[in-house]
Design a binder for this molecule. Structure first.
Ligand SMILES: Nc1ncnc2c1ncn2[C@@H]1O[C@H](COP(=O)(O)OP(=O)(O)OP(=O)(O)O)[C@@H](O)[C@H]1O
Ligand SMILES: [Mg+2]
Ligand SMILES: [Zn+2]
Length: 504
């Protein structure tokens, strides 16, 4: 009275195979699951027992012990329900073991319906790579699973149907055809509609070209939010690999059900400033990725930066430095990828008018100090470009001409990115912003005049070593936009100008 079937679970954004071993013995009826946390065991037991009974199967009137292996893989969430039920039916002699190995994925409702789960893309990839060619999963997840090639996906809507298909009593339903991506034609905000603000646009072009972090500072209504929303229109297209990475994260977050195509546009996340540290970094019971991971391979826009809670902003340190985030819970640690370009905006002071040429600021020095202090030094240290955005002059507001379209800017950004891709091939990084000290040494060698300029700036602007490196990285990007191999004085000068803010 023993059966072994295979299920999948998800750790972080990676799928893991789980062996489900079921033992029946003629002792007093009981049902134990070894290898799950207590609360998860209780819930899984209740669902599997009810689903079996309500699908007119019996729950074996014996001692049922299920062992989930390997022991060191943390198994949470309901995605093992279907495998548990299949294993029990096989051990109870109600279902013959299928000839080929199957992987079973899905949550059971009490009435026996098969419910969709999060992380199907990663789990199906893991199953395929472990050699499982046949995968049964909930119908609502089938489109997502069909993104994976080289596997035979069989959808089901209930435990009853799953059993009928496995035992050959019923032909499997076909996987629904994937809907065409609708996101493609979504209208993006275009820089051509932004009047004036030439220096801010230039800074955002540099940022997009090198993947740099930007902070925009300016009075209310100067167009900071508008400018940030135009950034997606100039980001380079995602590579296939990036697209798969980002899609896996959305799958793990349960955000793919509506639109199950591969995500092909770089994400742009703009969470409200009231969000909690957990919502930003991810985690929770049945851990899921947070905003920093949903922005992976794209941009994270924090509008009105000082309004965010300080402990929320602290969460950004690890992802900004390392490109991933570690979330710990119940003795387990998950890592989620989280490499994004940070876009942030703020007013120069609480009333917003400090930097304005005409209106008077009404804030006290103390108010201004505590407003700025909300943004910690370590966060500021990770900003590559500071951009002052000023209110438009009358002639700029009244002007009717259109600015340069985003498509033209995107073309320059694309060229600069190709240079970076060629430069960093084999180095494990993709763009200038990701350069480590050894890359900076190798690829950012300014000319003699440029070095002089840097020396002066270092003492005049009281730069930290980190800020110094950031100037070199930004200068590298500016040279790339010029199509030049060498970093010239003018590239250094422009890079320094992005640190010459009087606000910090
Ligand atoms: N450069 C500009 N070109 C065209 N319209 C602009 C420009 N700047 C601002 N506007 C208009 O003003 C509105 C307000 O701009 P926006 O919300 O981007 O300002 P903001 O700097 O984010 O202000 P706040 O600090 O209050 O958030 C925009 O929706 C847009 O209609
Ligand atoms: Mg705004
Ligand atoms: Zn003020």
């Amino acid at each position: 009275m023993f059966a072994r079937v295979y299920g999948c679970t998800i750790a972080g954004v990676e799928g893991k195979m789980v062996d489900v071993e079921v033992f029946l013995s003629s002792q007093l009826p009981s049902f134990d699951i070894v290898g799950l946390p207590d609360t998860a065991v209780k819930e899984a037991r209740d669902r599997v027992r009810a689903a079996l009974k309500n699908s007119s199967f019996r729950f074996p009137p014996q001692r049922v012990v299920v062992n989930l292996a390997p022991a060191d893989v943390k198994k949470e969430g309901p995605q093992l329900d279907l495998a548990l039920a299949m294993g029990i039916l096989q051990a109870d002699g109600k279902l013959a073991a299928p000839t080929a190995p199957w992987a079973f994925i899905g949550e059971l409702a009490l009435d026996g319906a098969l419910r969709p789960v999060r992380g199907v893309l990663a789990m199906v990839l893991a199953a395929r790579d472990a050699g499982y060619r046949n995968i049964m999963l909930p119908l609502a997840n089938a489109e997502e699973a069909s993104l994976v090639t080289g596997v035979h996906v069989v959808p089901a809507t209930s435990l009853k149907e799953a059993v009928a298909v496995i035992s050959g009593e019923q032909p499997p339903t076909a996987v629904p055809r994937r809907k065409r991506q609708q996101r493609k034609n979504e209208q993006k905000a275009d820089f051509k509609n932004v009047k004036g603000q030439e220096s801010a646009k230039r800074a955002l072009e540099v940022a997009a070209a090198g993947g740099h972090n930007v902070l925009m500072i300016g009075p209310p209504g100067s167009g900071k939010t508008m400018l940030a929303r135009c950034v997606p229109s100039i980001l380079p297209p995602m590579t296939e690999e990036e697209s798969l990475e980002t899609t896996k994260i959305y799958s793990a977050a349960g955000l793919l059900v509506e639109n199950s195509g591969l995500i092909s546009e770089r994400p742009f996340r703009s969470p409200h400033h009231s969000l909690t540290p957990a919502a930003l970094c991810g985690g929770g019971r049945n851990p899921r990725p947070g905003e920093v991971s949903l922005a992976h391979n794209g941009a994270l826009f924090l509008d009105e930066l000082p309004e965010f809670r300080r402990e929320t902003l602290e969460v950004l340190r690890q992802p900004l430095e390392e490109g991933f985030i570690t979330v710990t819970r119940l003795q387990a640690a998950y890592t989620y990828p989280s490499r994004f370009m940070l876009l942030a905006s703020m007013n120069p002071c609480p009333c917003g008018m400090l930097s304005d040429a005409e209106k008077e600021c009404v804030c006290s020095a103390g108010q201004i100090y505590s407003y700025r202090r909300k943004i910690s030094g370590p966060l500021l240290d990770r900003i590559d470009l500071f951009v002052e955005v000023t209110r438009l002059r009358y002639d700029e507001v009244a002007g009717t001409g259109q600015g340069e379209p985003s498509s033209a800017i995107a073309a320059r950004v694309g060229k600069a990115r190709s240079l970076q891709a060629a430069r960093f091939a084999g180095h494990g990084i993709k763009c200038n912003a990701e350069m480590l000290p050894r890359h900076i040494q190798q690829f950012c060698k300014p000319d003699a005049a440029g070095r002089d300029l840097l020396r002066q700036a270092f003492s005049r602007l009281h730069l930290s070593a980190r800020a110094y490196d950031r100037i070199l990285k930004v200068a590298r990007t500016i040279a790339d936009l010029d199509g030049e191999e060498d970093i010239r004085t003018k590239h250094i000068a422009e890079a320094i100008s992005y640190r010459q803010t009087e606000f910090f």
